[in-house]
Design a protein around this ligand. Structure first.
Ligand code: OGA
Ligand code: ZN
Ligand code: ZN
Length: 386
């Protein structure tokens, strides 16, 4: 039942009907048919009124600011209307209606909040035993359900492979745009990973690249990275991945002091060529507001000299060595050779990637890559789930 409008494009299934509502001096107390109680304070209800005066129906964005109603505004009546919605009549005559599906989805009693916390997407940590999630190019191009399954794996596992893609240069753009627009950088909309004499990055040599994230030199590291194999006739050049969150987790358990050091002491990453000069000073491990590992920023070949207080320098080196040592442990590493028509899509702010050295004399090797921000991934998932 979606009888009342709400400021959103999603739909909210009716989980439980409203059973009783009580107007208290500072709140409306709701009891649901399944027995749960949810308080809704007057300012919260007034703030979330979705009538056309409070929310512009064209944009579904709020125009009301809560300061524009009295702080002590109370309701003169609260009742369940004949369509099962909560109806509130305010002392100043304004009327609000709340769809019970929407109201339950936003209820802030402890049980409802805990349900939402549990239902939030959680990273699934992995190690070398990961069953690599593999998807078919044509399916993700044609079938929204297959696309959604792929994107959920990118979000929750942070490493996926797609097979059966064309091997023409530029083909990567089409599949990336199934998610959203591509994030351009100084390396182009698509960048070519090939060994070349005038390389402006170690990536464009035949050297091995140690485990890293791309563009740690930017305030916001790209969320997703794609690497698409067009040609791979050279010996060597295998791709290597580790779950940076799993590594941070291991460091936290095995050497908490090193973990703290990498969360606290910022490190500068630099990427400079004849035309550009990007620098970013940030800790290698970033935590979110709940203290969970949210991001890894790491590329040894782009790192500036450590700049820390003299008494911190020994422990910074100790911590940095321990982190690299963990990335080198076989238990964390997934090693695969990418074949033409296959591509990697991974969470660049979580999953570190590397490649073995290859021998350019033994054959050609040509990958193309691009980036998309994580916001675009999350938005596409939510739209596909509507
Ligand atoms: C890069 C990179 C991996 C590869 O270009 O940043 O990590 O397999 N390349 O060449
Ligand atoms: Zn209103
Ligand atoms: Zn890279």
């Amino acid at each position: 039942m979606h009888t009342a409008a709400f400021a959103d494009y999603r739909s909210y299934p009716l989980i439980s009907a409203l059973a009783t509502v009580q107007a208290l001096p500072d709140q409306v107390l709701v009891q649901w048919a399944d027995g749960r109680w949810s308080p809704f304070h007057h300012p919260w209800l007034r703030d979330n009124c979705s009538c056309p005066q409070c929310v512009y129906p064209v944009t579904r964005e709020q125009v009301l600011e809560i300061l524009d109603v009295p702080e002590d505004l109370a309701c003169s009546r609260a009742q369940i209307d004949h369509q099962g919605c909560l109806q509130v009549i305010w002392q100043d005559g304004h009327q609000s209606r709340f769809d019970p599906g929407w109201l339950r989805a936003h209820a802030y009693d402890p049980q409802s909040r805990e349900e939402r916390r549990v239902a939030r997407a959680h990273s699934r940590l992995w190690d070398s035993s990961l069953q690599l999630p593999v998807f078919e190019y044509q399916a993700v191009m044609d079938d929204p359900q297959a696309l959604l399954q792929w994107l959920l794996a990118v979000r929750d596992i942070g490493l996926t492979q797609v097979r059966g893609a064309p091997t023409e240069p530029g083909a990567l753009a089409a599949i990336a745009r199934r998610i959203s627009f591509i994030r351009e950088s100084n390396f182009g909309v698509l960048f070519n990973v090939q060994s070349k004499a005038d390389a402006d990055s170690n990536a464009y040599t035949a050297f091995n690249l140690p485990l890293h994230s791309d563009l740690p030199t930017r305030e916001l590291q790209p969320g997703l990275q794609f690497l698409h194999c067009l040609v791979n006739d050279a010996e060597g050049g295998e791709s290597i991945f580790v779950d940076g969150f799993a590594i941070a987790d291991a460091l936290r358990r095995e050497d908490p002091e090193a973990f703290r050091t990498l969360c606290e002491i910022p490190v500068e990453f630099r990427n400079k060529d004849r035309h550009s000069d990007y620098r970013c000073l940030a800790p290698i491990i970033a935590l979110d507001a709940l203290g969970q590992v949210a991001e890894i920023r790491m590329a040894n070949f782009l790192r500036g000299p450590f700049d820390a207080a003299p008494e911190q320098m020994p422990r910074l080196y100790h911590a940095y060595r321990n982190l690299i040592a963990l990335t080198r442990q076989a238990r964390f590493r997934l090693v695969r050779r990418l074949e033409p028509g296959q591509l990697w899509c991974f969470d660049n702010r979580r999953t570190l990637h590397a490649r073995n050295a290859f021998d350019p004399a033994s054959g050609a090797r040509h990958f193309q890559g691009c980036y998309i921000d994580r916001d675009e991934l999350l938005s596409r998932i939510l739209v596909l789930q509507r």
